[in-house]
Structure formats: structure tokens, C-alpha cells
Design a protein around this ligand. Structure first.
Ligand code: SF4
Ligand code: SF4
Length: 389
């Protein structure tokens, strides 16, 4: 079971698109963290015994800004590592941070423990400062970007998370280039699904992805392939013939998030200000609430009728419960913006991958095929143009 601890509702930034809810000073007590870790590791070990699968737990730290609770993060990490050892669980550690408090000693401490670090930075100053501002409205790029230094190069364990919004989308390709110049090799694009995207903004998004794909293809031609979540994922899914059950997130089943006050949620993106009781599935003091969890698990998936016959359905992530809920109010109803973006990602990734496959690009073939080099690039399903709304 994967566990995310939302260590605090406080943050030293006030990003315009923040989905973590209002900011207020409530921090996770050590006892809450200790109980949550014990619950998740015991559950993981028990499930492994029952199913014969590997006992693996991804422990993530989230907020607000989790580095504001550095002492709790350190104590929880070392406790979890010790407990994982005794319970025979393989622990994977992650943290998502806005980088404002990330200095060399902290980066070194995280690196020593093998953390995968999610770096919330929207790219160059023009893009980042559009929406990532302090409580007083000041730009934050100059405070965040220096920590990139600790995560550059092929072996880096950090991934820059870029939030795409109608207000900043026109800076995207320049921002990606800026990150490439700084040797930041792993980049995630994370759309703001709750924003209003006008037709002009959607057209701009399409144009920016085309430019990003050109830069992405060039990184392969130079022999240093970059990772972009939305392109790499769609290429892999094409090679695999569609999403597999293990590609889908664990949403309340094999994944749980814990609020600072100890409530269980199916995903950290749904914790917000910790007041939506319809989304709670238990508490660290009492374990899972079977009825509430059952309701959430039963409502997963996607019930939009058009999707059943869509040619892109096997490569479409229309089942993300937290995105669906945030945008439509229903866990099982995919929003039109996801439909637009999924098609855009598939289309853009296929064009980039086809170029690299035709060129027999060694970095591309090694990354996606390894020793299983095939002669044929798998047929793609034709794209459709109708968006669901
Ligand atoms: S840094 Fe993260 S938690 Fe803080 S305001 Fe920005 S998006 Fe929200
Ligand atoms: S691309 Fe759109 S219509 Fe097709 S499966 Fe995805 S959400 Fe449904």
C-alpha cells in the first residue's frame, strides 16, 4: 500500500492554481505520522502474504509545503525505514516540495535516503512567476530555482513538476528549453483541470506541445533523452497495447493519503482543507471505514458513454478519480479537458515517436525496446475529434 502524509496545511507560497486548499497552521503530530506508517506497512506486509506479491510501499510527503515540517519528515522517514526493515517491506520514498526551503544539507539528506523529489517549478521566471507567488504577491522564481542545482544530470532523482494553466501556457516551450539547458532531465506536465480554458488557450496549448515535442526529439538525437511524463507514458502505453491494470493509480485501494489531523483519503489531491467528509475513508486511530471506502472504490472508473467506443480509450487515462472529482464533482465522470489533453498527448507523442522510430534513433530504441527490438512500430488507433463535455 502506498501512503502519502500531508504534513501541514501551511505553505509559504500562494500559487494561483493551488488545489491543496486554504492555508492555515495545522501540522501533523508525530503520533499521527507514526500510526499511519505502522498501518500502511502492516497492511502492505499482510497483503503480500495473502497475494504472494512483492511487499512494497511508496511513502510520500506532501502539504502545503512539507519541508516546513522538516523535523517530522526526518523522524517519520527514519522510523519508516527501520520498520520496513523489520516487516520485510521495500520502501520507496518521495516528497513534493516548492523548493523554497531546499538547501544543500536537506538535498544531501534526501539523496542519502534515496528520495525521489518532486520539484514544483513551472520553468523559466516568466512562466513560474505568472502564478507561483508568495502570500504578499511577490514572485518566487528566484527563491525556488537555485535548488535545481542539486537535481541536474542523468542520475538525478528529482522531477520538475510544471503546472499548465491558461495564464502561463504561452511560456511552456521556452520553459522546457530553459530546463533542458539546465540539464534537468525529468519533467512532468500537470494541467490545471479546474481552470477555464478558452478555445484560444487550447490552441496555444496545442502549439506549445508541438514545439516542446521538437525539443524533446532533439534531446534523443543528441543521445541524451529527456523524460516528459505525458509523452513517455503514451509511447509506453502504445507499445504495451493499452493501459494495464497495474498502470492505474491505487485510489483508496492500494493508495491512501493522510491529512494532518489523521483522516484517510483515497488520494492526496483530495485532502484539500480536510473538510469534505464524503471523501474520507477512515482515520489513523480506527483504520479504514469499510463502508465509506467501499463506496469510494465502487465509484471508480469512468461512466461517460462516448468513451466506450472511442478509438483512444485503451490509451486514455480517463479513470483518474481525483482529477475527475475536482473538475466534475464525480469520481467516475471524465471532464472534457481531460479528453482534449489525452488526445493531444497521444497525437503529439505518436508523431515524436514515429520520427524517432523511423530514424532508428539508438537512444529511443534502447529506452523503449531494450533487447526486444522489433521491426515494426505498432499500429496506432485512429484519433477521434469529438470531445466529451
Ligand atoms: S507551493 Fe504547493 S501547496 Fe503551496 S500554494 Fe503552491 S501549489 Fe499550493
Ligand atoms: S479520448 Fe475522450 S472520448 Fe476517448 S476515451 Fe478518452 S475521454 Fe473518452
Amino acid at each position: 500500500m502506498d501512503l502519502t502524509l500531508c504534513l501541514t496545511h501551511a505553505c509559504n507560497l500562494r500559487c494561483g492554481y493551488c488545489y491543496a486548499g486554504p492555508k492555515f497552521p495545522r501540522q501533523m503530530e508525530w503520533e499521527t505520522a507514526r500510526k499511519a506508517i505502522g498501518f500502511a506497512l502492516e497492511h502492505t506486509a499482510e497483503q503480500a502474504r495473502l497475494t504472494g506479491r512483492e511487499a512494497k510501499c511508496q511513502l510520500g510527503f506532501f502539504g502545503g509545503e512539507p519541508l516546513m515540517e522538516w523535523d517530522t519528515l526526518r523522524r517519520a522517514t527514519d522510523h519508516a525505514l527501520a520498520l520496513a526493515e523489520t516487516t520485510g517491506v521495500r520502501l520507496v520514498l518521495t516528497v513534493t516540495t516548492n523548493m523554497t526551503l531546499l538547501d544543500a544539507p536537506k538535498a544531501g539528506w534526501l539523496r542519502e535516503r534515496g528520495f525521489h523529489v518532486g520539484l514544483s517549478l513551472d520553468g523559466n521566471a516568466a512562466m513560474h512567476d505568472t502564478l507561483r507567488r508568495t502570500a504578499g504577491g511577490a514572485p518566487s522564481h528566484a527563491r525556488c530555482a537555485p535548488a535545481l542545482e542539486f537535481f541536474k544530470g542523468p542520475e538525478a532523482t528529482g522531477e520538475v513538476i510544471v503546472v499548465l494553466d491558461p495564464e502561463n501556457i504561452s511560456f511552456l516551450a521556452d520553459s522546457f528549453e530553459w530546463l533542458v539547458e539546465r540539464d534537468i532531465r525529468r519533467v512532468s506536465f500537470n494541467p490545471n483541470h479546474t481552470a477555464y480554458w478558452s478555445d484560444a488557450a487550447l490552441a496555444e496549448w496545442r502549439a506549445q506541445y508541438t514545439r516542446v515535442a521538437e525539443i524533446y526529439v532533439d534531446t534523443y538525437r543528441r543521445g541524451t533523452p529527456w523524460h516528459i511524463n505525458v509523452f513517455d507514458g503514451k509511447i509506453r502505453v502504445r507499445i504495451n497495447g493499452g493501459y494495464r491494470p497495474c498502470d492505474r493509480c491505487g485510489f483508496g485501494e492500494t493508495e491512501v493519503a493522510v491529512s494532518a489531523a489523521g483522516w484517510f483519503y483515497p488520494c492526496e489531491r483530495l485532502v484539500g482543507d480536510d473538510t469534505d467528509t464524503a471523501l474520507r475513508i477512515g482515520h489513523v486511530d480506527s483504520g479504514f471505514d469499510a463502508a465509506a471506502r467501499g463506496r469510494i472504490l465502487a465509484s471508480r472508473g469512468n461512466t461517460v458513454a462516448e468513451c466506450a467506443t472511442c478509438p483512444a480509450r485503451d490509451r486514455c487515462a480517463n479513470w483518474c478519480g481525483c482529477v475527475n472529482y475536482a473538475a466534475t464533482g464525480f469520481i467516475n465522470r471524465v471532464p472534457g479537458l481531460v479528453c482534449f489533453h489525452e488526445k493531444l498527448c497521444i497525437d503529439t507523442a505518436d508523431r515524436a515517436a514515429s520520427i524517432l522510430f523511423e530514424e532508428r534513433n539508438p537512444a529511443f530504441l534502447a529506452k523503449y525496446y531494450g533487447r526486444l527490438l522489433q521491426d515494426e512500430w505498432p499500429e496506432a488507433a485512429p484519433m477521434v475529434t469529438n470531445d466529451v463535455s
